[in-house]
Design a protein around this ligand. Sequence first.
Ligand code: BGC
Length: 375
Amino acid sequence: MNKKKLLVGIVAAGLAVSLAGCAGGGRGADSGSGDSGGDNSGALIGVAMPTKVSERWIKDGDAVKSALEKKGYKVDLEYADNKIPQQVQQVSNMITKGAKVLIVASIDGGSLSDQLDSAAAAGIKVISYDRLLTGNENVDYYVSFDNYKVGVDQGTSLLTGLGLADADGAKVDGAEPKTIEVFAGSPDDNNAQFFFNGAMDTLKPYIEDGSLTIGSGQDQFTQAATQQWDPATAKARMQNLVASTYSGGTKLDGVLSPYDGISIGIISALEGAGYSDDALPIVTGQDAEAASVKSIIAGQQYSTIYKDTRQLADQSVVMADDILNGKTPETNDDKTYDNKVKVVPTYLFQPVTVTKDNYKEVLIDSGYYTEADLK
Ligand code: BGC
């Protein structure tokens, strides 16, 4: 049955399809539809992750793989070393191998359009993992954190660290004005703009009333962006900012950083320019990566945003499993994530701000890290 669909799948994927994946019994023939009907137990699921350079993606990949395997699925987990052509190839291969669902954390959200078309033609459902796949209608679900809120939390913790807001984020009257710089993430990652907007909307009233100044004047996303979230790129920009703006005695009080790796680059530039630990500005971050939590404990980085990758991984697996069992996955946001072609049904989790004051409770008591991980 369903020969036509099978044929479409093979043609669309444009290949000498692994007959093992698509033929050989009822399941293969039926599962061209990918979303219901046939017995999809033990089906192959493709999981594409961007890079192993950042620890969070390793945790994500491991968690997704083990949760899928617990449910009896086969898993093709691939990392693309932050190279777009490599990820394109990996996703193409997953389709060729007969994956029934793809779980994709992209490098460039707009670079996988051909693969998304092939997947749809073959009846393969696609879950966009943490980073939204853009510019294509064949994105079935999105699972992430509230990315605007991540930015708000980064902005709020910067204000709190600077003494301009209290612990609840309320403005402290009469506080001394402060000088900051702002960094943003990669322009090809849909999240980067959400983080930046959330943070800048939070800082804006303080900039407008003069309690906060961006010393270099570089307040636009394009000026602040860091291609591929690269720590070395951020470090070089921070070195330039120190030379252009802070060599004549102006004090740098804070730096908005969207991601822990970038924070490490920023802190390294500042230390290279002679800042001692106790003179470092307030630096934010994201992901609660072990190196940055250690830096927070040591009093260098001020804060990070914890996003429990276990929650995200589990939810993506629940979604995949629902799809393969003919159920409609649960979502909790069906309006925010417009990928330029459609609004993608989304499941969002909430981020948590971490500082020296609460890291034990948030990161250790929850089992995300052991004490030893952070030594
Ligand atoms: C993720 C962040 C991460 C950044 C860099 C974003 O898409 O949402 O958690 O810090 O990529 O890897």
